[in-house]
Design a protein around this ligand. Sequence first.
Ligand code: EPU
Length: 418
Amino acid sequence: MDRFLIQGGTPLEGAIAASGSKNSALPALAACLLTDQPVTLERVPQVRDLRTMLDLIRHIGAEVSTDNGRITIRARELPHPEAPYDLVKTMRASSLVLGPLAARCGSARVSLPGGCAIGARPINLHVTALERLGAEVRQEHGYIEACAPRGLRGGEVSFDRITVTGTEDVLMAAVLASGETVINNAAREPEVVDLARLLVSMGASIEGAGSSTIRVKGVSRLHGASHSIIPDRIEVGTFLIAGALTGGDLLITRCEPAHLRALIAKLHQAGVEVTEPTPDSLRVRAPGKLKSVDVTTEEHPGFATDLQAQFMALMTRAEGISFITETIFENRFMHAQELARMGANIRVEGRQAIVAGPSPLSGAQVIASDLRASASLVLAGLAAQGETIVDRVYHIDRGYEKIEAKLAGLGARIRRIS
Ligand code: EPU
């Protein structure tokens, strides 16, 4: 199993370009199943979750051709409209094919995902939403089976709580349903907006993406399109925090600052200088001293849960007490214990972590438990004195493109070892 060997203590300096968004590319690939014509996606990051999604799309029966970050999918026929357990268990986002397959094929079979390191993460809201569009859904042998032999029909969907992939799933189902669908309490994440943009370029009629009410007028078929994936705001946020934590000076290009307002505001409060030299770049410079700030994760445009672990690593170096409250997932503090092994002073009480700083971090052997937790441990290792070994970096490979090459290009001393 691969590990990272990190020699900490070097400020990150220089420029890097953001990769395309993993969480935008995943639903975009699922959306390609909605038409029998070719859809080309640019700027798809080369990360493990995307490779898993491509395996799933091939399994379903679509043709896939790849050329670096450009991927063309042609879903002429879909002989196997199902997401098998072996793929779903390695990537929960496989459930994103449920809506498109039910809409295009009239039937879909998706394995239930089971538990996950950061929380239970059920897909009950996806199922209820599809039922509102007329699908008959049953659960058997660990699979969800959705059936709509005469096609889906538009309806009103009101989510009990905001779900990102749930909103994306039902949006993809609604574009081919007959009549109008209204999605209330929809997720407002930039990835939902990007998916809507792709669907519109394929011929769908969608209004309100980015707000909490999305209206869709179903069409009978969609056509091919070409679409460029938005920059990965979580990767950009991770690099902003890395710059601040290591006392560096970083320029991140090809990004979308508007997607990161909540993080930038918190960095400013902590005393970190973040500027926008151009409309698509961000520069971060670290202060001599960091101030502690409190953070509560929320749905977009609030502070992203996917940046909570990295921000906690930053707060270990800040002066004072920081309260970090996680409201999206029930078990997303696995990194706290590992950061404590590096010298951080963190107490977890239910959904809150209390970080008392500043702590001088020292290198240690630590274990990554999930994607963003592993990013926080890498960041802590970069800032720590001495050597850190981060075990189970397959988690980080799920979602960060060429992470060690990008960091090494900024002066980090990081090496992959087997
Ligand atoms: N939830 C339910 N029932 C459902 C769906 C969700 O109870 O049917 C709960 C979840 O258990 C969670 C909350 O609702 O407590 C929000 O979950 P959501 O559905 O929004 O999460 P997701 O769509 O499964 C996406 C991202 C995650 C990100 C969350 C929150 C993708 C592929 N994944 O997950 O990204 O943390 O939204 O923003 O878009 C990551 O990239 O590391 C990652 C985990």
